[in-house]
Write a protein that binds this ligand. Structure first.
Ligand code: IPM
Ligand code: MN
Length: 358
């Protein structure tokens, strides 16, 4: 066995295409671990739609306690066509994010060389920024309810909770990231402060306050609607974006298509002081399940992010380079399902091979 550290990784393949993309991702991680001499000890968990349909259980609290002893979690996708929307998302994905206090959702937006983008006249030099999405509060906190449900007078509420502590730790992380990236040294706070005058004000005041500790970083603001337009028209203006949970969810799907699609977009649910979870940002795509056609690059990139956060930076860079090679040299022809020119598992094997050779 290699020298180096041993990392205990919880693996949750989940639903739909989850198991296929996770297998491809693990193949690449295995290759990185033997080349860079660390060890990954994986523990598999079968949480997901099938288990829920069989047992009625989403994710027990005991699993959360087990997860707390891991070094990281590697997740495929959650979502099952036979389960009502919300149950698995809240019961598994959001439960892990919230219970492990993974307060950062880190979503790099990077166009790899050779990859198609719908943005005319834009290339990899224009599309390279990171969205820091607050991940444990906002409209996702699950506070609200119905009044007079199923009547003509029905009312539904859904509270948008923004705490100074929650906003500040997220904003601090984003400033730190802008400093470490050392690119444009700009942080853009994306909000809707012209209408959401309370929460927007809290976010802007917090950004201004924290900016005092980061005088080398330029602080910018953009309303979320306008930001959507700039992300299409002038993505090169962005370096690091910080935003709330809901806006971050929405703008990162838009961002994903500008980098070629959901097939390449990875995300990290990070608790800088605890256990983090890494996943592709796409869903379980049930119609492609078991067909070996889905692109595993997003999951592989999520694996690289995981190694980066664990401190295996050389291995993470190497996986990034291997992805870049597979895409820029057109070994993988497209990120779209069924159009890669090879299967999911072959794409995993190819990138794993590049990781051992580059
Ligand atoms: C994401 C997803 C989730 C979210 C859903 C599945 C709960 O869309 O990770 O972006 O809204 O956060
Ligand atoms: Mn989303």
């Amino acid at each position: 066995m290699g020298k180096g550290k041993v990392y205990k990784i919880g693996v949750i393949p989940g639903d739909g295409v989850g198991p296929e993309i996770i297998n491809a991702g693990l193949e690449v991680l295995k290759s990185a671990s033997s080349r860079f001499e660390f060890r990954l000890e994986t523990v598999h968990y079968d949480f997901g739609g099938d288990r829920y349909l069989r047992t009625g259980e989403t994710l027990p609290d005991s699993a959360i306690e087990e997860f707390k002893k891991l070094d990281a979690i590697y997740l495929g996708a959650i979502g099952h066509p036979d389960v009502k929307p919300g149950i698995l998302e809240k019961g598994i994905l959001l439960k892990i994010r919230f219970d492990l206090d993974q307060y950062i959702n880190l979503r790099p937006v990077k166009l790899y060389p050779g990859v198609w983008t719908p943005l005319k006249d834009k290339g990899p030099e224009h599309i390279d920024y990171v969205v820091v999405r607050e991940n444990t509060e906002g409209a996702y906190c699950g506070i609200g309810g119905f009044f007079k449900k199923d009547t003509q007078d029905e009312i539904a509420t859904q509270l948008d909770i923004n705490t100074r502590k929650g906003v500040e730790r997220c904003v601090r992380y984003a400033f730190e990231l802008a400093r470490n990236r050392n690119k444009k040294k700009t942080l853009t706070c994306v909000d809707k402060a012209n209408v959401l005058t309370f929460s927007g004000d809290l976010w802007r005041r917090t950004c201004r306050d924290v900016n005092r500790d980061y005088p080398d970083i330029k602080l910018d603001y953009a309303f979320v609607d306008a930001a959507c337009m700039w992300m299409v028209k002038n993505p090169e203006w962005f370096d690091v974006i910080v935003t709330n949970n809901m806006f971050g969810d929405i703008i990162t799907d838009l961002a994903a298509i500008t980098q070629g699609g959901l097939g390449v977009a990875a995300g990290g649910n990070i608790n800088p002081e605890g256990v983090s979870m890494f996943e592709p940002i796409h869903g379980s795509a049930p119609k492609y399940a078991g067909k070996n056609v889905i692109c595993p690059v997003a999951t592989i990139a999520a694996g690289a992010m995981m190694l980066n956060v664990l401190g295996e930076k050389k291995a993470a860079d190497c996986i990034e380079k291997a992805i870049s090679k597979a895409l820029s040299e057109k070994h993988i022809k497209s990120l779209e399902a069924g159009r890669m020119g090879m299967g999911t598992s072959e794409a995993g094997e190819l990138i794993a091979k590049f990781v051992s050779e580059i």
